[in-house]
Design a protein around this ligand. Structure first.
Ligand code: ZN
Length: 106
């Protein structure tokens, strides 16, 4: 039995705020030192496990929309905590970011 990963509506968090204060799917952009364009984003795992993961736009191409980001390709969250259920594919949340919403896939 392999259940679908949960969806999470993304909330954009500013640099001054803590991701930890927000719920599943909250995300914040990061940029390399000296660069203004985001190089990727950090996000609270959509499954609700409260682990923060990162995405690099060199791997998952970004549509340059700050408010409703869409990324090309799959985002996968690796098992990091004991007791988290592990899917057959080796990930505990797997899906896409489409127009600011994390959409879980099988
Ligand atoms: Zn998780």
């Amino acid at each position: 039995m392999h259940e679908k990963s949960p969806d999470a509506l993304g909330t954009r968090v500013s640099k001054e705020e803590k991701l930890e204060d927000f719920g599943p799917g909250a995300y914040r952009y990061w940029a390399k030192a000296g660069e203004k364009t985001p190089g990727g984003l950090h996000f609270n795992c959509p499954c609700g496990c409260r682990v923060v993961y990162g995405v690099n736009f060199e791997r998952n191409k970004w549509n340059s929309n700050l408010e409703r980001p869409t990324l090309v390709g799959t985002i996968a969250c690796q098992l990091v905590k004991p007791g988290q259920s592990l899917g057959l594919d080796g990930w505990h949340w797997r899906g896409k970011l489409v127009q600011g919403t994390f959409i879980g896939t099988i």
